[in-house]
Design a protein around this ligand. Structure first.
Ligand SMILES: [Zn+2]
Length: 391
């Protein structure tokens, strides 16, 4: 094995990949992470009521810097089409393979070692690493964590190709119901076809102007699913059900979206469904609308400038250029941004992670090994820089 393959953060990432942890059954990965916290000398390491793995270093007065990621993964998918077994963590060439390799067990492994590195370099304050549950299905773990913890800055390690990430759009699933009246298709004048009002709506949606502006560019929508009832080809449908996948920017919230759509077709019913999530141990339940909120950290901010400078310097040592962007997918950041800080406000959230986001959720999920030592160094540098500036 070459030198990079035996690095501590790579071996921990491999152990985490091997600990199968789909959403709602994360305890194997939580245990691996928690054991690593204990072995690395964290002052506290425990699994909380939501199943989150929490490791905390306390080094006197100073701000609380949190390094965060999720320990759950999407399902494995069709195992037969993976190039390597999805739970192997196999290293082939310059990449490590498996479910969670980039989304996002590698980041968590880097964070655990980065925290130890920072403490060895004299970090002052509180430095935690948190691996949360149920991110892929709504974020119960992060929601619970935001109620239990206090942090001044949170670095979220979702894959970003080592770019600084400052935001993403939300996702709102709008369900539309059309009601008609069933009749024999050969005597359609006796019924009311539920598909026609949906067709009129679809024609309007294609050209609907949506809110735009800022670095997230604008809201967009995609009609993504349509079915009629009864499921028969010779009956006038008495009901039709359309789903709209709506990606929203901050300010374009659930109520605005519903209002805009209802104005197009008052005869149709529009709703955003509710959902309930339960932690693996059954102790924590999150109920509410299924919407995932958008998130944006203002770029004109002294702490964001500090993050830019720190990441730029860290990357330059490895010959990487600094870039800044937004994620195109939803994350736990909106929940994390609700966490109180130690000064009566809210935590600042910035994103930075190893791996290519395009490979997340695919049967080609893997991570470049070279990203891991870089991420470990940058996480450590960020913790040191934030703590020094904020204390
Ligand atoms: Zn993720």
């Amino acid at each position: 094995m070459n030198e990079i393959m035996t690095k501590d953060e790579i071996l921990l990432a491999q152990s985490l990949i091997q600990a199968f942890s789909p959403s709602g059954a994360e305890s194997p990965a939580a245990k691996v992470l928690c054991d690593a916290f204990a072995a690395l000398g964290f002052d506290e390491s425990y699994i909380d009521d939501a199943g989150n793995a929490v490791g905390i270093f306390k080094r006197g007065d100073g701000p609380h810097i949190m390094l965060n990621g999720h320990i759950d993964t999407v399902p494995l998918g069709d195992e037969s089409i993976w190039p390597y077994h999805p739970l192997s963590g196999e290293i082939v060439g310059d990449r490590m393979w498996g479910r969670g390799a980039c989304d996002m067990k590698s980041a968590l492994a880097c964070m655990a070692f980065a925290a130890k590195d920072a403490v060895e370099q004299g970090f002052q304050g509180t430095l935690s690493v948190t691996g949360v549950t149920l991110e892929e299905v709504g974020g119960l773990g992060a929601w619970h964590l935001a109620k239990e913890q206090t942090a001044d800055v949170i670095v979220l390690g979702e894959p970003s190709k080592l770019k600084l990430m400052l935001g993403h759009r939300g996702r709102v699933e709008v369900h539309v119901k059309s009601k008609g009246a069933i009749a024999h298709a050969a005597k359609s004048e006796l019924g009311k076809n539920a598909l026609y009002p949906v067709a009129k709506l679809l024609a309007q949606l294609e050209h609907l102007e949506l809110p735009s502006g800022g670095i997230l560019k604008g809201s967009t929508l995609t009609p993504s699913f349509l079915e009629s009832h009864p499921k028969s080809t010779n009956v006038v449908p008495g009901e039709a059900h359309l789903v709209i996948d709506y990606r929203n920017i901050p300010g374009d919230d659930d109520e605005h979206i519903l209002e805009r759509l209802r104005a197009l077709a008052p005869e149709l019913e529009f709703e955003i469904p509710n959902e309930a999530l339960t932690s693996e141990n059954g102790k924590v339940v999150l109920e509410g609308r299924s919407s995932r909120q958008p998130f944006l950290t203002p770029g004109e901010n002294a702490l964001v400038n500090l993050a830019r400078q720190t990441i730029k310097e860290g990357l330059s040592g490895f010959g990487h250029a600094f870039e800044e962007d937004c994620w195109w997918f939803a994350t736990d950041a909106p929940w994390l941004a609700e966490m109180p800080n130690t000064k009566g406000g809210k935590a600042l959230v910035v994103g930075f992670g190893p791996g290519e986001e395009e490979l997340a959720h695919t049967t080609n999920e893997s991570v470049p090994l070279a990203h891991l030592p870089i991420a470990r160094k940058v996480y450590c540098d960020l913790a040191m820089a934030f703590a020094k500036t904020m204390s």
